[in-house]
Design a protein around this ligand. Structure first.
Ligand code: FAD
Length: 535
């Protein structure tokens, strides 16, 4: 079984479960292989935080697999990423493996890599040279796989709402299949595998604790912080789901360590737990109203099927709810966004290659000049003079995570207020997020920049101050992340420059706004209109 970057778990893992069953049938040992392809990580802007998370989880999995006498072996490949298929086939040949089982990664480069493996083995079978085993690639990352639901015309959906309705109908019409775990548990190897000449020594293999070129910028301090914020290991994902499904929202208590803010269990979780109150909770950045499961879903420490199974169980009806009128239904809709964006990147692979979904904006937008990259730098560092933007960007820097509403606000700010190419933001997010995932990140950025599938219309531009009042009415989120503004009272915290003098702002240690929102809004609308006319 070839473990990928997005399926780092033993439970409900399609290819792993299948490989285990095949190994049992054939009375052959199961081996788990994981490749660190540094060329891929570099080219895909993989964040050191996500890599650190992956390494920690692999070390945990290695121990769990060893209990089943299954070795987990990793290879760090520093060369050209196009060499990975040859590397894998050679390794399998050396191990005299009979089969290779892996979950599909839907991004373009990964599909090309897997196609190359299929072609190599086909050629090997024809020529009798090279590894000739069986290759099975399986669908696992989504609940409803890309291409599984299509429009009446048999085309992929480019609008979310009808997609979500079909997605939900597909699940509800095969409810038993979706709600009953299809993937069996991983079965132990014979313990004699430990005496095997090639496989035995693999049990002593050590998972690296960091990868060259991807060390955490903040060294040991950052490593400790990440471990505390985003732990891995026994019971962690169960704990996160329980907190979200069974306990109460904790207003403004969770900023330091979102997964540690333990609320009381509630008697009627369907209504009063975090998921029960998700309709309002998800829109407040000062409330602990969302699950914080995204790093675990992105790297596959929990399967998305398990998420909806738990939601279904809590809802307690005959169907999986997916409407906007209950917290559970609303949360299920958010999980559907994840599948939607995967389906988009399969249907329109150009989005994986830094091109917009909407071809009207392909090379036509006249992005602003940013002399010396000063504005981009200020955005990255949380020094734009717009408190909600700065708070959000500082939370990203500290935690590798940002609330969804804030992701929308800072993405709109970069692409519309600063008129900086959204790809700069997409890249920076991938380099900083612990939950960075091409589909959701690209989808979110293209939504915000109005270039994507079913995006925010180009003329709807978030006003950072009024957004701030909506999502953080008391300013608690801002006060936490931008301590310079801690003493400000009332609405001033959302837009200090509207009430205070330059001197007052600078004396607090804060900065003046780097752009005039009203003017920037007019310019952005003009530029988007011009781009469309140019197309
Ligand atoms: P919850 O509200 O509890 O939602 C549960 C799960 O549903 C999430 O963990 C996630 O897997 C999925 N989900 C929720 N909202 C979305 C969405 N809009 N799009 C796709 N999936 C969603 N999400 C990522 O996982 N990785 C990214 O790299 C990423 N980049 C983003 C960039 C931008 C500009 C925007 C606007 C959104 C991005 N998102 C990304 C989506 C969303 O912001 C995060 O999934 C969410 O904030 C994670 O927090 P949570 O787990 O508490 O979410």
């Amino acid at each position: 079984y070839w473990s990928r970057n997005k399926d780092l778990r033993l439970d409900d893992n399609t290819a792993l479960s299948y490989a285990s069953a095949v190994a049992q049938d054939l009375h052959l040992p199961l081996v788990v292989l994981h490749i660190f392809s540094l060329g891929d990580y570099k080219s895909h802007d993989r964040s050191p935080r996500r890599i650190d998370f992956q390494l920690r989880q692999l070390a945990y999995l290695q121990k769990e697999l060893a209990k089943l006498d299954i070795p987990l072996f990793t290879i760090t490949h520093e060369g050209n990423r196009k060499e990975v298929p040859a590397l894998v086939c050679d390794k399998l040949d050396e191990w005299r493996a009979t089969g290779l089982y892996a979950n599909i990664e839907y991004e373009v480069d990964e599909l090309r890599r897997d196609t190359e493996i299929l072609e190599r083995t086909k050629k090997a079978r024809e020529t009798g040279k090279g590894w000739q085993g069986q290759v099975e690639l399986m669908r696992d990352f989504c609940i409803v796989a890309p291409g599984q639901v299509l429009t009446k015309q048999g085309k992929p959906y480019s609008v979310y709402s009808p997609y979500q309705r079909s997605w939900l109908a597909e699940i509800n019409s095969h409810l038993a299949d979706y709600m009953h775990k299809q993937n069996g548990p991983v079965v132990a190897n014979a313990s004699s595998v430990r005496d095997h000449a090639v496989l035995g020594p693999m049990f002593a293999h050590e998972i690296p604790t960091s990868l060259a070129g991807f060390e955490l910028e903040g060294g040991d301090d950052e490593a400790a912080r990440m471990r505390k914020l985003w732990p891995v290991g026994e019971g962690v994902v169960d704990g996160i789901m329980r907190r979200f499904l069974r306990t109460k929202m904790q207003p403004a208590k969770f900023f330091e360590a979102p997964l540690e803010s333990e609320g009381n269990e509630v008697d009627d979780p369907k209504k009063k737990s975090k998921i029960g109150e998700y309709c309002e909770g998800r829109n407040r950045v000062d409330w602990d109203g969302t699950s914080h499961i995204s790093p675990y879903l992105a790297a596959g420490l929990i399967s998305p099927r398990e998420c909806i199974r738990q939601a279904f169980k809590l809802a307690g009806g005959k169907e999986l709810p997916g409407g906007r009128d209950t917290g559970i239904g609303m949360w299920v809709q958010e999980i559907a966004w994840r599948d939607f964006y995967q389906a988009v990147l399969v249907a329109w692979p150009r989005v994986c290659m830094s091109r917009p979904y909407n071809l009207k904006y392909d090379g036509t937008v006249d992005w602003a000049e940013d002399a010396g990259g000063e504005k981009l730098k200020a955005w990255k560092e949380g020094r734009t003079g717009f408190p909600i933007v700065d708070a959000a960007m500082r939370s990203l820097k500290e935690q590798g995570y940002m609330h969804n509403r804030c992701r929308m606000i800072v993405a709109s700010f970069l692409s519309k207020d600063l008129l900086i190419d959204w790809r700069e933001g997409e890249k920076f997010f991938m380099q900083s997020l612990i939950d960075g995932d091409l589909g959701s990140n690209n989808g979110g950025w293209q939504w915000s920049a109005s270039t994507g599938c079913d995006p925010q219309p180009y003329f709807r531009i978030f006003n950072p101050a009024s957004q701030s009042e909506k999502v953080d009415p008391e300013g608690e989120y801002i006060r936490h992340w931008v301590p310079e503004l801690r003493k400000l009272k009332g609405k001033t915290i959302h837009d200090p420059a509207a009430k205070l003098t330059k001197k007052q702002i600078l004396d607090m240690g804060y900065v003046m706004p780097i752009v005039d929102h009203a003017k920037a809004r007019t310019t952005a609308i003009e530029k988007y209109k011009e781009a469309a006319a140019r197309a």
